[in-house]
Ligand binder design. Sequence first.
Ligand code: NAD
Length: 503
Amino acid sequence: MSPSAITLDVVPHWFDGKPNEGAGARRADVFDPATGETTRRVALAEHADVDAAVASAAAAFPDWRDTSIARRTAVLFAFRELLHRRGHELAELITAEHGKELSDASGEVARGREVVEFACGIGHLLKGGMSENASTGVDVASIRQPLGPVAIVSPFNFPAMVPMWFFPIAIASGNTIVLKPSEKVPSAAVWLAQLWAEAGLPAGVFNVLQGDKLAVDGLLAHEDVKAVSFVGSTRVARHVYETGTRNGKRVQALGGAKNHMVVLPDADLDTAAEAAVSAGFGSAGERCMAVSALVVHESVADEVVVRIAATMAELRVGDGRGNCDMGPLVTAEHRDRVASYIAGAADAGAEVVVDGRDVEVDGAPGGFWLGPTLIDRVQPHMSLYTDEIFGPVLSVLRVRTYDEALTLVNGSPYGNGTAIFTGDGRAARRFQHEAEVGMVGINVPIPVPVAYYSFGGWKNSLFGDTHAHGPEGVHFFTRGKVVTSRWPDHGGARSSLGFPQND
Ligand code: NAD
């Protein structure tokens, strides 16, 4: 069956190389955020489905682990080619369930594909080391081996890219997968499962388990799941990390964010204003690397706010499949939650410069709309600043010095991304050294690393010590073994109970 042929009333699980509607009758609605209509329903896993998904991955593991690197890589290359040719289908599916504008969805697919391309070089990445004659006649080699069935739990905001941060490397390294996508955007995972099947991946290597907390907790408790890669809110990331590690699993749990963009007086203000708009409102602010706190030196703050507001006036909000810059939010509930921060801003003492609730939209009246919003004179104690809002709301905080800006960045409980805009190399270099954040941009507002580096934040933005993709991804999905060997060329060695010494 071609991925383009799937139009499903119920978005199924995917076990043993085929769709499966699951053991129970629990379902959740899947919306088209641009119309507000329910377009599909997704199966929600019961315990029996968790067991079936993990059993499928466990059964496929021994053969996949023992498949040569050359054959595994051939499947990766085929998958990459299919994704390259048909990525637009996946982008359309993402826009239909998430709402993001189509070229943004295509960008997400392309960034995910970069990790597939990185994983195509797994032969190089899995190379171990060897010391010949470490002791006389004794060689020592280090190798890395896959873990077994691993679980990936992903958030709503990147239905394809976030799973692709993990599964290409995990699969290329010889592991088998159970992907639990967000129940808000469940179809991309099934599309990807079909694409893997077309690329020649054996049944059971890539499985999809649809569901909610029950599915996640089931995976965290299952003894055959060896590792968990989670991405989502900090609240759930902490739960996943604590539960998974308590159950003896390797866990990397990426959490929420509050990303600061610092603008110094010597910055190119046009560039900074453009960057703030694209990083604040791209994907309706529903990005973990979105800029939500703009920290501006007071000497240029008025000018920056005016330029940002002028750029915002040109943004078109509408159905992501049409001609627009920004789509709707993912659900009505989320839209209302984000809007509640705007409603409370003036009472809290901030100044609403552009109110997204007044936006004119090119789309159906029932869509989950909220326009770009700019709020000036936000103070650090306000919930506008302390909470992760995860919508198109940009807060401006005015500071008098670089140190004041740095105190804000480093005082945040989150540490995912940050950026500085300046024309002074020394200030930039100082910021790169001093910011307690995992990813830093210098005149780059969204510093998402390319696939051959690793992605991840600090503090409450990541629990665990391993970042996603790049070398750290290979490390996460493999474990080390050291082999010491000797091939005596004559028999008759005398046995000794002493501790071996090198000579
Ligand atoms: P979420 O935490 O609500 O859900 C993430 C996943 O966890 C989903 O698959 C969901 O079904 C599951 N889940 C939800 N509640 C659960 C519970 N109580 N127990 C177990 N599992 C549960 O996150 P979301 O709303 O889907 O995504 C947005 C969040 O993800 C934001 O906080 C954003 O910053 C974060 N995010 C972080 C990164 C990063 O790289 N750090 C990347 C993307 C998104």
